[in-house]
Design a protein around this ligand. Structure first.
Ligand code: AMP
Ligand code: GLY
Length: 448
């Protein structure tokens, strides 16, 4: 009997649990989570260990008790503090998730920009790292349109973009001063304009298996309005491209992911074992890298793993053993649309502690999966915690079918919640296509 320790929170961890659970292998899943997630309760062999995923002692104590064959780490916080190093070095438990030094791919923006530069990997915008205010004013004046990034984990909320959050050079300088006074360095980049997509890859250190491109929607409200969030929903297409994205761009992004895995190995003399998530943008000057994450995206994983035809446990073992080249990884040729239900007021002032009712949500099937995120299973029902609560993913032959399945499920969740009704719909997809056409300034562009 295989024992797997799963560490995480949010809808991402329920989706990973589901992929492990679907494996035909004999296994037991042991979950460590910050909330009493009903999806994890259903799939775990015993009560969830409730605690902070980045509390190394807590993780080690639970791992000592469970004695898992391996661990899978969902979110970035435990990677950043070195939970993987502790599990491997102190208990000999192999992990799907990189060591702390390698996880800097996500936790340090400057590390990643310098890595691409040093190894001549294409994709960097113009950028500079600053440890104090000297020269910042000159650089942002030179760039004209700029982006300010604190050099640390920010949950996607620390990046400020000129024209959106920063309206002048003075705003930019003030924000840089704030970051520097916290003791962090700051990365200033050229502001890129274009369409974003992500490409997640499995990596065992030596081999990289790129998966399928997915597009997230960061803004809180329909029509890409409102504040940025962790991601309100995502879609992918049955041809494993996107309506605005040709195979050439996917190939280019895959090559950047591959080159980055090689560069990490060469730079740190250590194999990166886990997920490489590249966030890319198509711009008028070509493909650019926005960021790397050292874990699956949330919600991007929710589009990906339900399509996986290969046994996920075999993939985890291959990541650990360095044998990913021997596992044929395939995904169903279906379209997916994921919509996250969030508390009203999310992200700035979310409803908390209220209950949601899911009785009218259609039953789950191969075409509809529902994953639980920031909800607590309480005797009184499912209680909102304040963040993204439930992800509904429709899986269909076309985007239209997938969107309708997701929308039907999402709109049947009752309570003080809302979701974006436009994700995956034809008008929004057309807007993306038009945007890319305008950027590339051609009507003949080879869109996917
Ligand atoms: P990050 O924390 O690096 O993922 O950034 C969060 C978001 O900020 C990205 O998803 C982009 O929408 C935006 N962003 C980051 N870097 C840039 C850039 N150089 N130009 C324009 N937008 C950016
Ligand atoms: N959806 C973006 C992320 O997981 O960071």
């Amino acid at each position: 009997m295989l024992k797997i320790l799963l560490i995480g929170k949010s809808g991402r961890v329920d989706c990973i649990a589901d992929a492990l659970y679907r494996s035909p292998r004999e296994k037991q899943i042991f979950s460590l989570s910050e909330v009493n997630n009903p999806g994890l309760i259903e799939k775990s062999a015993e009560d969830i260990a409730i605690g902070k995923t980045d509390d190394i002692e807590f993780v080690l104590n639970y791992a000592r008790k469970v004695k898992p064959d391996f661990a899978v780490i969902g979110p970035e916080e435990p990677l950043e503090v070195g939970v993987v190093d502790a599990l491997i070095d102190q208990l000999g438990i192999p992990c799907v998730g990189p060591r702390k030094t390698l996880a800097r791919l996500e936790s340090s923006k400057s590390f990643t920009r310098h890595l691409l530069e040093k190894y001549s990997i294409p994709g960097n915008p113009a950028y500079k790292e600053f440890k104090n205010l000297d020269g910042i004013k000159e650089y942002i004046t030179e760039l004209g349109e700029f982006v300010v990034k604190p050099d640390g984990l920010t949950g996607g909320k620390g990046v400020k973009v000129f024209g959106e959050h920063l309206m002048s050079i003075d705003d930019g300088l003030q924000y840089c001063a704030e970051i520097l006074s916290d003791g962090n360095s700051v990365v200033i980049e050229e502001k890129l304009v274009g369409e974003e997509f992500s490409l997640q890859a499995f990596c065992d250190g030596k081999h990289v298996v790129n998966t399928i491109p997915i597009q997230d929607h960061k803004r809180a409200y329909n029509g890409d309005t409102g504040p940025n969030t962790g991601g309100m929903g995502t879609y992918s297409c049955e041809d494993h491209l996107l309506p605005f994205l040709s195979a050439e761009y996917v190939k280019e992004a895959s090559e950047i992911n591959n080159a980055v895995a090689n560069a990490l190995r060469e730079e740190l003399k250590e194999d990166y074992k886990g997920i490489i998530y590249g966030g890319f943008m198509i711009t008028k000057n070509g493909l650019r890298l926005i960021e790397y994450n050292a874990r699956f995206g949330d919600p991007e994983v929710i589009n990906l793993l339900p399509l996986l035809e290969t046994d996920f446990i075999s993939i985890c073992e291959a990541i650990i053993n360095g044998t990913l080249d021997q596992v044929p990884v395939s995904f169903r040729k279906k379209a997916t649309v994921c919509k996250y239900i969030v508390p009203k007021g999310y992200p700035s002032n979310p409803e908390k502690d209220e209950y949601i009712i899911m009785d009218d949500v259609p039953p789950q099937s191969d075409n509809l999966r529902v994953f639980y995120g920031a909800v607590n299973q309480k005797p009184g029902g499912l209680q909102l915690i304040g963040s993204r609560a439930v992800a509904c993913v429709g899986i269909g032959d076309t985007l239209k079918d997938a969107e309708q399945l997701a929308e039907n499920a999402a709109s049947n969740i009752k309570g003080p919640v809302r979701h974006r009704t436009d994700i995956g719909t034809e008008p929004l997809i057309q807007k993306r296509i038009n945007h890319v056409r305008a950027i590339l300034n051609t009507n003949n562009v080879a869109v996917g």
